[in-house]
Design a protein. Structure first.
Lengths: 215, 825
C-alpha cells in the first residue's frame, strides 16, 4: 500500500464512513476489494423532478391537501425513479448494479417497517403524541418512502450506510426547517399538522437527491 | 476581563431601564370632576329614567357563560332576556385583562395603561389608585346617591373609601377557595334588601368564578354549580327590585379555556354584560336580540361574540346618562344607542352632544367643537352620524393610549447599542470566530428577528424547541463523526426533552388536553411516587463523593415533601391515602391540635421552619468555607442542591417530577459534555442558556402577563404580608427551572480550575452577548411597532419579561449570587 492509503486508514475510525472517504481519495485507481467504493455519479439524472410535480399536485390540485392519496402516488413514482434514474447513477465496485426485483419488493416492506422508527423520531422532534397519531404515521410513511431509493441502495450495497445516511439527514433537515411556519397565526388551512412538514420533507428530499453526489 | 463584563452589564441595565421609563410613562389624565356643560339648566332639572342601581360584577364572567347553550346555567337571566326585560351584550374588555386595570376602565371609562397590569400584582402599590380621578362612583356620590359596596377589595384600593356609606372587602388570598369568598358577599344581601330605602347604588363583586377558572379552567366541573349560585343571587335581587331600579350583571374580563386571563385572546377580552329592569320591556330591544332565543349557539363559538358587541367602557357614559350625572372626564365610552330611547326627546340630544363634547375634550380636538355650537342653535342632530363619529374618536383614543417619551427611548436605545458593540468586540477577542461564537450569534439573531413577529413572541417556546432539537441532533451527528458515538445517552436526552416538552401547556395560541401535568393531576399515586423520587434522587446527587451533605439535604427534602403534601390537601388536590395519614400526624405535631383545620394551620409554621432551616444551613456552609474550617470544593455542589430544594418548594406539585427528568438530563449532558466537548466553557454556557429558556416555557411560563404564577408566591406568608417577600418568592417560583439550569454549570466548570474568575467571565460571555443582541432587536421592534394592534398585549409583556430575565437571571442570580459563591471557592 502507498503512504497515502495508510493516512486514510488512520483517519477513518468509523466504519460506515469508509465508503465516503475511500470514494474521495481513491478516485479510480487503487481499488480496495474488501471495501469497494460506492458513489453517485454527478449528473442531472439524479434530480427527482417527480417530487416537485407531486408537490404541485399536493398544494394546487388535490382536494384539501390529501396526504393519503399523495402517498399512494408517491410509492410507484419512487420505484420508477429508482429504476430509471437513481440506480443508473449508483456506482458500486466500479459497476452499475442491475435492478434486483425481489429486493425492490422487500424494500417496500422495509420502508413500511422504517416508518416506525421514523415515527419515533418525529415524535421525539415534537410531534403530538396522542392526538393526530394517524397523521403522524402518514408523515412517517412519506418520510420513509422518500428515503426508499436510499434504503434500497443500502440493502443493495451490503449495508454501507455511510453515503446513504446523507439522504436521511437531508429529509430530516427539510422537515425540521419547515416547522417554522407552524406557530405563525395566519390561520391558513395549510398550517394544519402535518401539511407543512410533508412539504418540507419533499423539498428536503428533492435537494438531498439532487446535490448529495456533490458533497 | 471582569471589569469589562461588569461595565457592559451595567450599561445594558441602564439602557434598558431608561428605555422602559420612556416606553411606559405614567399616563396623562385630565384632573378634576366633570360637570354638565351643555344646557346646564335643563340637564339639572331632568328626572332620570332610573333612580337605583344594582351592579353585580362577577369576576371573569366570559360572554358564553351568560349566553351559550353549552356552557351557561344562568336560566333566570335567559328567561329575562327572552321576555325583553334584560338586554344582553358582549363587552370588549381592553387588555391587559386583569382585575385592577379593568376596574379602572369600568369606573373611569378610560383605557388602562400597561403599567397597571404589573401593578395589579403588586397590590399594595398606591400609585395605581384613582382616588383623584373622575369616575362614575365619585360622580354618583357627588350628586347625592348613597353607595354601598361588598366584594373584591380592589375596589376599595382604587376608589376613595368615603364615597361608600357601607362597605366590606373580600380578599382573594386563597385561589383555591371557591365558596367562602362568595358567601362573604352574598350574606349581606338579605340585610341590604331590608334596608333598600337607605341606599341608591349597591355594588357587589364576586370572585369565586374566577378562582374556579384559575384552578380548573373554563370547563371545570365546579362551573355549573357556580353559575346556578350566581343566577340565584341575581334572581333574589331582581325580584325585590322596583321599576326605577336598573340592575347590571357584568364580568370585568373573560378567561381563556385554561382559565387564565391578562392577554388579548377572544376569550379573555369578551366579557358578558346584561342590563336588567322591568322598565326595559316597554322599549325596543337591541337589534341583535330581536329574533334570538338565549341560550344560543354561535356559528363559530371561538369568537365569543354573542348578541351585540360593544366596548366595556361604553357602560360609563350610558349609566351616567341614565342616572343624569356628568360623564367622567377621562371616559372614552360611547353612549349605547339602544338606551337613548329611554331618555326624553329633549334630553336625549343634549346627552349625546354632552358625550360627544366630552370625547372631543379627551381627544384634545378643538376644531370639531363648532359642531356643538351649531347644535346649541338648531337643537337638531343626526344620532347615527354622531354615534359613528364618536366611535371613530374612541378607536383612535384606544389605540393611542399613551404618550411616549421619545428622548428616554432614544437615549436608552443608544446606550444599549453601545453595550452591545462592546460585548461583540470583546467576545470576538476572547472566543475568536469559534463554532460556539457562531452558534451563539445565530441563536441570538434568530431570537432577535423573531421579536418582530407577534406569533413568534406568543409561541417562543416553539423556537426554543426548534433550536434544541437541532442542537441535540447536530451534537449526535458530530459525536458519530469524531468516533465517540453515544447513541444511548443522546436517545435518553431526546426522550427527556420530549417529556419536558409535553409537560405543560405553554404558548398563547393552542391548548392541548393531553399534557403530562394534567394527566398526572388525575393520578395522585403516580404523581407523588414521582415527587418522592425526584427529591430522593436530588439528595443522592454526589452521594459517593460527599455523603455528609446527603443528611442535610435529605432532612430539607423531607420538609419540602410534607409541606407540598399539606399544601395539596389545603388546595383540595387529591393525594394518596397513606400519605394523607402521615401528613395529618405531622401537622398535628406542628400545631398541637387535631381539629379539621389542622392542615391549614400547619402550613405557615411548616414553611417558616423550612425557610429558617435552609437559610441556616446555607449560612453555616458559607461561614465554614470562609473560616477555612471546611474544604471549599464541595460548596458549589451543595449550594446547587439546596437551591434546587428551594425551587421544588416553590413549584406546584405537578411540576415537581420535572426535576426528576432534569436530574436525568443533567447527568447525561454532563457526561456528554465531558467526553465529547472536553467541558468547553462556551459549550456549557450555550447549553445552559438554551435549557434555561426552554424549560422556563415548558414549566408553564409564557411571554404573557396571564401566566405569571402567583399561587406559589405565598408560601409561608400570613395575611399581613410584605410585598417585597412576595415579589422575591414570585420571581423565584416563575424562574425556577431557569435557576436550576443556571446552577447546572457549577458542577462542571470550576473543578480544579485555578483562575476561577477567568472561567466565570468566559462562561458569562455567551449569555451577555445573547441578551444584548436580542435586546437591541426587541427594543427596536417595540418602537417600530408601537402602533401595532398587539403592542400592549404581546410586545410590551415580552419587554417586561426581557427586563425580568436581565435583572433577575442575569444580574441578581447570574452575577451577584453566582459571583459571590465563586469568589468563595
Amino acid at each position: 500500500m502507498t503512504k497515502k492509503n495508510k493516512n486514510v486508514k488512520k483517519r477513518v475510525t468509523f466504519s460506515d464512513d469508509t465508503t465516503i472517504t475511500t470514494h474521495h481519495t481513491h478516485k479510480k485507481k487503487d481499488l480496495d476489494y474488501d471495501r469497494p467504493p460506492v458513489y453517485i455519479r454527478k449528473t442531472l439524472t439524479t434530480v427527482p423532478f417527480h417530487l416537485l410535480i407531486l408537490l404541485y399536485y399536493y398544494i394546487k390540485v388535490s382536494n384539501n391537501y390529501d396526504t393519503l392519496s399523495l402517498l399512494l402516488t408517491l410509492i410507484p413514482l419512487q420505484i420508477a425513479y429508482l429504476i430509471f434514474q437513481f440506480n443508473k447513477c449508483t456506482i458500486y465496485g466500479n459497476k452499475r448494479l442491475k435492478i434486483n426485483v425481489p429486493l425492490l419488493l422487500i424494500t417496500i416492506g422495509g420502508s413500511i417497517v422504517l416508518s416506525v422508527p421514523a415515527m419515533i423520531i418525529i415524535i421525539l422532534f415534537g410531534a403530538p403524541f396522542v392526538e393526530h397519531i394517524f397523521q403522524t404515521w402518514l408523515l412517517a410513511l412519506h418520510a420513509s418512502f422518500l428515503a426508499y431509493p436510499a434504503l434500497y441502495s443500502v440493502f443493495n450495497c451490503d449495508f454501507k450506510v455511510g453515503l446513504w445516511k446523507k439522504y436521511f439527514i437531508a429529509i430530516l433537515i427539510g422537515g425540521w426547517i419547515s416547522c417554522v411556519v407552524i406557530p405563525l397565526d395566519w390561520d391558513r388551512e395549510w398550517q394544519v399538522w402535518p401539511i407543512p412538514v410533508v412539504v418540507g420533507i419533499y423539498l428536503g428530499a428533492f435537494v438531498g437527491y439532487s446535490i448529495t453526489a456533490y458533497i | 476581563m471582569l471589569k469589562r463584563l461588569i461595565v457592559s452589564l451595567l450599561l445594558q441595565l441602564a439602557g434598558l431601564f431608561v428605555f422602559l421609563s420612556g416606553f411606559f410613562p405614567q399616563k396623562n389624565v385630565l384632573t378634576g370632576d366633570a360637570s354638565f356643560t351643555i344646557e346646564t339648566q335643563i340637564q339639572e332639572n331632568t328626572k332620570p329614567p332610573f333612580n337605583k342601581l344594582v351592579l353585580v360584577v362577577i369576576d371573569a364572567l366570559r360572554s358564553d357563560f351568560l349566553y351559550s347553550e353549552v356552557n351557561s346555567e344562568f336560566s333566570f337571566v335567559h328567561s329575562k332576556i327572552n321576555v325583553g326585560e334584560a338586554w344582553g351584550y358582549t363587552a370588549y374588555s381592553n387588555p391587559p385583562t386583569v382585575t385592577l386595570p379593568r376596574l379602572k376602565g369600568i369606573t373611569t371609562g378610560s383605557t388602562p395603561s400597561f403599567l397597571d397590569a404589573i401593578l395589579n400584582v403588586a397590590e399594595d402599590d398606591s400609585s395605581s389608585n384613582i382616588k383623584d380621578q373622575d369616575s362614575w362612583p365619585r360622580q354618583f356620590h357627588n350628586h347625592g346617591f348613597r353607595l354601598r359596596f361588598f366584594g373584591d377589595d380592589t375596589w376599595l384600593k382604587l376608589l376613595p373609601n368615603e364615597i361608600f356609606d357601607e362597605y366590606e372587602g373580600t380578599n382573594s388570598f386563597f385561589v383555591s377557595d371557591f365558596e367562602q369568598v362568595d358567601l362573604n358577599v352574598t350574606r349581606h344581601i338579605p340585610d341590604q334588601l331590608k334596608e333598600s330605602k337607605e341606599w341608591d347604588v349597591l355594588i357587589l363583586h364576586y370572585l369565586g368564578l374566577d378562582h374556579i377558572g384559575h384552578k380548573g379552567g373554563a370547563n371545570s366541573t365546579f362551573m355549573p354549580a357556580k353559575h346556578r349560585e350566581m343566577d340565584h343571587v341575581i334572581e333574589e335581587l331582581y325580584n325585590d327590585m322596583k321599576d326605577d331600579t336598573l340592575m347590571i350583571i357584568m364580568g370585568d374580563h373573560g378567561m381563556n379555556d385554561v382559565g387564565n386571563h391578562g392577554g388579548s385572546s377572544a376569550g379573555e377580552t369578551s366579557a358578558g354584560l346584561v342590563f336588567l329592569s322591568k322598565k326595559l320591556a316597554k322599549y325596543e330591544k337591541p337589534i341583535a336580540q330581536k329574533n334570538v332565543k338565549v341560550p344560543m349557539t354561535l356559528d363559530d363559538s371561538s369568537t365569543f361574540q354573542y348578541l351585540s358587541s360593544i366596548q366595556q367602557m361604553d357602560l360609563v357614559p350610558t349609566i351616567s346618562s341614565l342616572f343624569n350625572v356628568p360623564v367622567p372626564k377621562n371616559s372614552v365610552g360611547v353612549l349605547i344607542p339602544e338606551f337613548i330611547q329611554l331618555l326624553s326627546k329633549k334630553v336625549a340630544g343634549i346627552k349625546i352632544m354632552e358625550n360627544y363634547k366630552q370625547l372631543l375634550d379627551v381627544a384634545k380636538e378643538i376644531d370639531e367643537q363648532n359642531y356643538i355650537k351649531d347644535f346649541e342653535v338648531s337643537r337638531k342632530i343626526d344620532v347615527e352620524v354622531i354615534i359613528d363619529k364618536m366611535r371613530d374618536i374612541q378607536k383612535d383614543l384606544i389605540r393611542n393610549a399613551t404618550d411616549y417619551n421619545y428622548n428616554n427611548i432614544f437615549i436608552g436605545y443608544c446606550v444599549l447599542v453601545i453595550a452591545t458593540i462592546i460585548v461583540i468586540v470583546h467576545s470576538i477577542k476572547v472566543m475568536h470566530f469559534s463554532v460556539s461564537l457562531i452558534l451563539t450569534t445565530a441563536i441570538s439573531l434568530l431570537l432577535g428577528f423573531s421579536c418582530f413577529g407577534s406569533s413568534f413572541i406568543e409561541e417562543e417556546h416553539q423556537l426554543w424547541w426548534w433550536i434544541i432539537t437541532a442542537f441535540v441532533a447536530v451534537g449526535y451527528i458530530h459525536s458519530s463523526i469524531i468516533g465517540k458515538s453515544k447513541f444511548k445517552l443522546y436517545f435518553i436526552v431526546f426522550v427527556c426533552l420530549r417529556l419536558i416538552r409535553g409537560w405543560n401547556n405553554t404558548g398563547q395560541q393552542t391548548t392541548y388536553s393531553y399534557v403530562l401535568s394534567s394527566i398526572l393531576g388525575t393520578k395522585p399515586a403516580l404523581l407523588w411516587a414521582l415527587n418522592i423520587w425526584a427529591v430522593f434522587i436530588l439528595c443522592m446527587r454526589d452521594f459517593k463523593r460527599n455523603p455528609a451533605s446527603f443528611i442535610s439535604s435529605f432532612t430539607l427534602g423531607m420538609m419540602v415533601l410534607t409541606y407540598k403534601l399539606d399544601w395539596s390537601i389545603v388546595n383540595k388536590e387529591q393525594i394518596p391515602e397513606y400519605l394523607h395519614e402521615i401528613v395529618r400526624k405531622y401537622c398535628e405535631i406542628y400545631t398541637g391540635t387535631n381539629d379539621d383545620k389542622v392542615f391549614e394551620d400547619a402550613l405557615i409554621p411548616m414553611a417558616t421552619l423550612f425557610f429558617q432551616s435552609i437559610s441556616t444551613i446555607c449560612v453555616i456552609k458559607i461561614l465554614a468555607v470562609m473560616l477555612k474550617m471546611q474544604k471549599s470544593d464541595t460548596l458549589l455542589n451543595d449550594m446547587a442542591k439546596y437551591i434546587t430544594l428551594l425551587l421544588i418548594f416553590l413549584s406546584s406539585s405537578t411540576n415537581i417530577p420535572q426535576f426528576l427528568v432534569f436530574e436525568i438530563l443533567r447527568y447525561c449532558i454532563i457526561s456528554i459534555v465531558k467526553d465529547q466537548y472536553d467541558s468547553s466553557i462556551y459549550i456549557v454556557s450555550l447549553i445552559s442558556l438554551i435549557l434555561q429558556n426552554f424549560t422556563f416555557f415548558q414549566f408553564g411560563g409564557t411571554n404573557s402577563i396571564a401566566t405569571i404564577d402567583l399561587a406559589n408566591a405565598y408560601h409561608g406568608i400570613s395575611e399581613n404580608y410584605n410585598i417585597y417577600i412576595i415579589g422575591w418568592l414570585m420571581t423565584m417560583a416563575n424562574f425556577a427551572p431557569a435557576i436550576y439550569w443556571a446552577t447546572f454549570s457549577w458542577g462542571i466548570l470550576y473543578k480544579g480550575v485555578k483562575n476561577k474568575t477567568n472561567t466565570f467571565v468566559k462562561y458569562k460571555i455567551p449569555h451577555v452577548l445573547f441578551n444584548c443582541i436580542v435586546g437591541c432587536s426587541l427594543l427596536a421592534a417595540c418602537v417600530a411597532l408601537r402602533y401595532h394592534l398587539f403592542i400592549w398585549s404581546v410586545f410590551s409583556p415580552k419587554l417586561c419579561y426581557y427586563a425580568g430575565w436581565i435583572l433577575f437571571m442575569n444580574v441578581i442570580f447570574g452575577c451577584i449570587v453566582e459571583g459571590f459563591l465563586i469568589a468563595l471557592v
